[in-house]
Design a protein around this ligand. Structure first.
Ligand SMILES: Nc1ncnc2c1ncn2[C@@H]1O[C@H](COP(=O)(O)OP(=O)(O)OP(=O)(O)O)[C@@H](O)[C@H]1O
Ligand SMILES: [Mg+2]
Length: 226
């Protein structure tokens, strides 16, 4: 299991008219191919900023982010980013929400529909494929959002607090579901949470990676290939 992603001494500050907000200071970590990493930390410690940096939406002030030793922008790798809110479009059916990313990338083919149908069946959504998002439960919506992200065949999957909108009971069920899906699809994934119990439900170990005066992050690694 080789190294896939390396974050090397990355710092990032937000700038506004009011001044500068330090978000991340000197963060280094790596993720191996096929590994599942959970990042745990309190609100404001820089978790979403870290994912936005990995997704290439913002650039580090110092340090670098590499995939297979290449800068993320030139690595040619696909990064899937699943946000806390599922962003399913109410005027589209479940099926047409799933095809959206492929449509935008002009990659929707007959084969895609076969694959989508398989995934809808595997993940218990096939009878809801013509339903509108408002007719789905919270857990179903999260599964639909994950399938939509997976259809774009990401090399790395980024999940920003994907369960936080769910009640406690549903969160336990859905986090187990989502964990199962990621393991089945053999994805390298980074999950962000501020709920320390979440990665425990997904059976991964936690260790504190770094601490500084303003912020801290704890990092949980699974110790075996998934
Ligand atoms: N667009 C922005 N402009 C200015 N400051 C920002 C911006 N986004 C985040 N910040 C600041 O950067 C720091 C880190 O924010 P970030 O959103 O990464 O935290 P987080 O760990 O994801 O928090 P949460 O758990 O609440 O989602 C915070 O102090 C926040 O106020
Ligand atoms: Mg956040």
């Amino acid at each position: 299991m080789g190294e896939l992603l390396r974050i090397d001494h990355v710092s990032y500050n937000y700038h506004s008219l009011e001044g500068e907000t330090p978000a991340l200071a000197d963060v280094s970590l790596h993720v191996n191919d096929g590994e599942f990493l959970a990042i745990v930390g309190p609100s404001g410690c820089g978790k979403s900023t870290l994912l936005s940096l990995i997704a290439g939406l913002i650039n580090p002030d110092t340090g670098g982010i590499y995939i297979n030793d290449k800068d993320i922008k030139s690595s040619g790798k696909n990064i899937g980013y699943m946000l806390q809110k599922d962003h399913l479009l109410e005027w589209r059916s479940t099926l047409r929400n799933l095809t959206l990313g492929l449509e935008i990338q002009h990659k929707l083919t007959e084969n895609s529909y076969v694959l989508i149908n398989d995934m809808l069946t595997t993940y218990g959504l096939v009878t809801f494929k013509d339903a509108k998002p408002s007719e789905l439960s919270g857990g179903m919506r999260q599964r639909a959002a994950l399938i939509r992200t997976l259809l774009l065949e990401p090399d790395i999957l980024l999940l920003d607090e994907p369960f936080s909108a769910l009640d406690y009971q549903t969160r336990i069920e859905v986090s187990d579901d989502i964990w199962g899906i990621i393991r089945k699809e053999k994805k390298t994934a980074i999950l962000i949470t501020h709920d320390i119990s979440e990665p425990i439900y997904t059976k991964i170990f936690i260790k504190t990676l770094f601490y500084n005066i303003h912020h801290f992050l704890s990092i949980a690694y699974n110790n075996k290939k998934i």
